[in-house]
Design a binder for this molecule. Sequence first.
Ligand code: NAD
Ligand code: UGA
Length: 457
Amino acid sequence: MFSKRIACIGAGYVGGPTMAVIAMKCPQYKVNVVDISEARIRAWQTENLPIYEPGLLDVVKAARGRNLFFSIDIRAAIRESEIIFVSVNTPTKTFGEGAGKAADLQYWEKVAREILHESTSAKIVIEKSTLPVKTAQTMENILNANGKKVPFEVISNPEFLAEGTAVKDLLEPDRVLIGSRETPTGLKARQEVVDIYANWVPLERILTSNVWSAELSKLVANAFLAQRISSINSISALCEKTDASVLEVSRAVGMDSRIGSRFLNASVGFGGSCFKKDILNLVYICEYYGLEEPARYWESVLRMNEYQESRFVRKMIREMFNTIVGKRIALFGFAFKADTSDTRESPAIYIARKLMEEKACVAITDPKALENARIDLAGCEENLDLVEDPYEAARGAHGIAVMTEWALYRSLDWEKIYKSMEKPAFLFDGRNLLDHERLFEIGFNVYPLGKSPLKHF
Ligand code: NAD
Ligand code: UGA
């Protein structure tokens, strides 16, 4: 009774929300989301989804049990589907050749072999994970090494959603990119994938290309976004030396329509599971092809990010009289950005560890990410206090550092917080989130990013 059967291998941040939206928008398709993690699959079947995304539960509930199913039976899902999205993790390799840079494709290859093993009918295999350019070739080599003569077409359909806005990004994408071989069978498979998205995405936003361009565009899009942040962060350091305000500079620069205003917010550094890994991957690929200068160019985006994180923590220590031994310091936010519980590569992890190395007692508050903070900082419990309530986190603290731009921090009772702290009270705003003048009036010594500090001494 379903017109297409779609499987998605990998039920993570990308696989889960993407398939939920496809299922909601296309009741005529059956969508099976499978994963090796039983715990994750079980959570997808409850009200307590394994990831937090605004609006996601409603989307899942609209389709779950109707045409959206979560299961650990990967083989059955492969067998019954004509279209298979692969959305497994592709982290940076930690061992052997290319360690610290190249993508670790072991999960990817395992899935390719599983697809080959289980398939008895034609399949369109879609790269949803972010992969090095030319991975489709490897996928094809594995899939075509079959004596069974089952036809496979490999399509690249990278995902551009951002965490915290995943549902909106999926419902109203800037563009959907679908790359294929430009052979008759490749083009036919490409059209099948276009047809899925055309159920809700206007055709002018569905972009098609050759398979290599699609693979590479994903790495390049992330590299460009991260580059903008590193660019403005480099300027934030200069603003602090020259009494310029990075907020005013980014507004002035961003109003040039050729430059654009988005992704120009100076911060304590970019985090998230992908920017760093994808740039490392881009650097590795450039090196692989002997392109030293392009490799060094993109590597500098990451160096600037590390500089921004370490500069922030050095400033905290310096301003708090060059010692923070035994001082309570509250980190407001631990997620790598607002509206997510995800803490992967969050600058807060680095900052917390550095503060603990200096023997501070670090109190962390976050509305969604405390469970992950506990995991990230396992082994540091002695100097760590994880608290739901920001007022509790700040009580008795010498300093507060804003790590994540949660809107709720803006509407806190900052006078009450000030009163409960040790004096002088320091506030380091790693996101330029708060009203600095007002905090200064209350009594705080305030250190915005890329702006002169407001100090009482
Ligand atoms: P994730 O770690 O949240 O999810 C990956 C899932 O794959 C896990 O649940 C894991 O158990 C499962 N898995 C691994 N090997 C498997 C196997 N052999 N069989 C079945 N399941 C298996 O990762 P993610 O954040 O969803 O990212 C997935 C891919 O999408 C990555 O390549 C990433 O770069 C890319 N991406 C991520 C985002 C994002 O916002 N997180 C956005 C765009 C693209
Ligand atoms: C990013 C991209 O925006 C997505 O298009 C892409 O699909 C995804 O990576 C991926 O491939 O995983 P995400 O990491 O979820 O999405 O979040 P972003 O909104 O891009 O933020 C990344 C980091 O940059 C966060 O730490 C954020 O706080 C920081 N940031 C962002 C800044 O410091 N300044 C800005 O102006 C914007």
